[in-house]
Every structure is written in structure tokens, then in C-alpha cells.
Design a protein around this ligand. Structure first.
Ligand code: LMR
Length: 310
């Protein structure tokens, strides 16, 4: 706790660049807190894994070394299996469907799914849908066979790549560019904003616009920290969180579109767009993963997610 008269410090660490949906969201949160809670709360933002990387950030949060994070929904595996619903390949038809699910009661409940571990979910922040990139052209699912793909730490993502005969390799985000460059892995899956801001396109000559899965975030703190603050301060912060969330979620798609356009214009990578039949072939190959994880995630959670497709 802050000493009498000293501002409460919120260390907000994340692993991506400033000019991404999450990076911008963290900076907007810092700015609004600076304007509205000057002298009471101070936000320090640590981007690009400069304070903690994704392998250690949850422990750092629980140890009180940082007070806010926004890990991707694929990184909570250890604390709840339910959030793996977001990892199921081809579950959501598009980003609008994901947004509808995030607004549903089930997603509100999932913000509390890690309460037993003391983790307090504040909001969902969008990044975008993932694209497949590789050292060779991925048109049919068979094209991925034998290639090593970097994945986030999620058993569902592991199964997704197993389903097409590829080799999933868990690596921290900070190591992705280097690992693609030196050939430890030959492929990856990322939204456009992460591909562009990490310059992954410069080491991935082929990008398939697969939109096969989601990479969004949960803004989290600990209940211990959040409830330790005076009510008036916490209420003001919650208002700011809501406002920043709306801005992030309004702007994320445009940022990804901008980065897609930049990558195409740079000419580093051949963009592969799939016909509906080609995309369907990937979907059919990967869809058995839903069944495999249904018991872990909860059939009710998957059902709730499916109702948002139109
Ligand atoms: C990843 O590890 O690929 C992402 O979770 C990084 C991020 O925070 O967008």
C-alpha cells in the first residue's frame, strides 16, 4: 500500500509495442488516470516485456510486483480452462461475433473465473483475428505438415497445430521474431498488428489470411490490490477502464487493417487469401479440437459462444 499522501502506483506491464491496440490502451489508461486522479494514482507502463515477459507476468501480478496486465486469453490456462473457448479454431465467424460474445453474460462471468486464484478480470480488450505465417505457402491444411509453429502456452493451440500435422512450439512473445529468423520455428499465428510491430513479416515470406482464431486480451489485476483502494478511487478507475475499453475495442480493427495494408505495401510477404472452400478445408481439419476440449472448457461456455454467430 502507498504511504500516507503518496500516490498509489499501478505498474502496468505488457509484451507488445506501444503502437498496437493493447499498447495504445495502456497509454490511454495512463493518460486518463494522470488527468483524473493526479496525486492519487500513478500509472507506469512497461511495454515490450521490459519489466516482465509473458512467462512470468502472472506470477509477478500475484506477487504484487505489477498491478495490471492484459495477457492474451490464451495465457490463463493455469488458472482456468474456461477461457480456452477463445482459442478454439474457427469458433467465431468474425470479429463482430467475438465482440458480441464478450458483451454476453457468459463472458462477464468468465471475468470472475479466476477468483479462486485472486485474479480479478476487469475487461476484454480486442486485438484481432489471427493469420498464419510461414516460410512456405499455406493454402491447404496439408501444407502445414511437418512445419514448427510458435504458439502461446495453450493446450488448445497445441491441438490445433497437431490436427494439421504441424509441430507446435511454446515460446514467449519476446522470442518470436528471433526464433523465426534463426529457424527454430518456421511459422506462427498472429493478428496483423503483432506481425507488423515485431517485423515478423520480414522473416515470413508467406502470410495466409486465415482469420482462424482470436487473439484478444483480458485486462486483469488482483482482487487484493483492487479492493485495497479507497472506494472513490476504485470507482474512478473503473470508469476509466470502461472508457479505455470502449476506445480500444473501437479502434483495434482499424489498427489491424492499417498494419495489414503496410505489410502488403512492404512487399516482404506473399499474401494468400483463401477461397471459401479452401478455408472450409482448414476448418474441417481443425474443428475436432472443439470436441476434445469440450469437457475442460464446458459445453455451456462453447454453446454460449456459438450463439453469437449469425
Ligand atoms: C502472443 O504471445 O503472441 C500474444 O499474446 C502477444 C500479445 O500480447 O499480443
Amino acid at each position: 500500500m502507498a504511504a500516507e499522501g503518496e500516490p498509489i502506483v499501478i505498474k502496468f506491464a505488457h509484451v507488445v509495442a506501444d503502437d498496437t491496440p493493447k499498447g495504445k490502451g495502456a497509454l490511454l489508461f495512463q493518460k486518463l488516470v494522470g488527468e483524473r486522479l493526479a496525486g492519487k494514482v500513478k500509472v507506469e507502463v512497461y511495454p515490450n516485456s521490459t519489466l516482465v515477459g509473458d512467462a512470468d507476468e502472472m506470477q509477478a501480478l500475484l506477487d504484487g510486483k505489477v498491478q495490471m496486465l492484459a495477457p492474451s486469453l490464451s495465457k490463463f490456462d493455469k488458472y482456468t480452462k474456461k477461457l480456452q473457448v477463445f482459442d478454439l479454431p474457427f469458433l467465431f465467424d468474425d470479429e463482430a461475433a467475438v465482440q458480441r460474445f464478450q458483451n454476453r453474460e457468459m463472458s462477464r462471468e468468465l471475468l470472475r473465473s479466476m477468483a479462486d486464484s485472486g485474479i480479478y478480470g476487469l475487461a476484454y480488450w480486442n486485438n484481432g483475428l489471427k493469420q498464419l505465417s510461414a516460410t512456405r505457402a499455406l493454402v491447404k491444411p496439408e501444407d502445414a505438415a511437418g512445419l514448427a509453429f510458435r504458439i502461446q502456452p495453450s493446450t488448445v493451440l497445441e491441438a490445433q497445430f497437431d490436427a494439421v500435422g504441424a509441430k507446435p512450439v511454446r515460446l514467449p512473445f519476446a522470442d518470436v521474431y528471433k526464433s523465426l529468423q534463426n529457424g527454430v520455428v518456421q511459422g506462427a499465428e498472429n493478428p496483423w498488428s503483432n506481425i507488423a510491430s515485431q517485423k515478423m513479416n520480414t522473416v515470413q515470406p508467406f502470410i495466409t489470411e486465415s482469420n482462424h482464431g482470436v487473439l484478444n486480451y483480458m485486462l486483469v489485476t488482483t482482487s487484493k490490490f483492487w479492493m485495497s483502494m479507497p472506494f472513490a478511487v476504485r470507482s474512478e478507475l473503473e470508469g476509466i477502464v470502461l472508457e479505455v475499453t470502449q476506445t480500444v475495442n473501437k479502434e483495434a480493427a482499424a489498427l489491424n487493417q492499417r498494419d495489414r495494408d503496410r505489410i502488403v505495401a512492404s512487399g516482404t510477404s506473399k499474401l494468400i487469401t483463401l477461397t471459401p472452400e479452401q478455408r472450409q478445408a482448414w476448418r474441417e481439419q481443425m474443428m475436432p479440437v472443439w470436441k476434445t476440449y469440450e469437457a475442460d472448457i464446458g459445453a455451456d461456455v462453447i454453446r454460449a459462444a456459438l450463439t453469437v454467430n449469425r
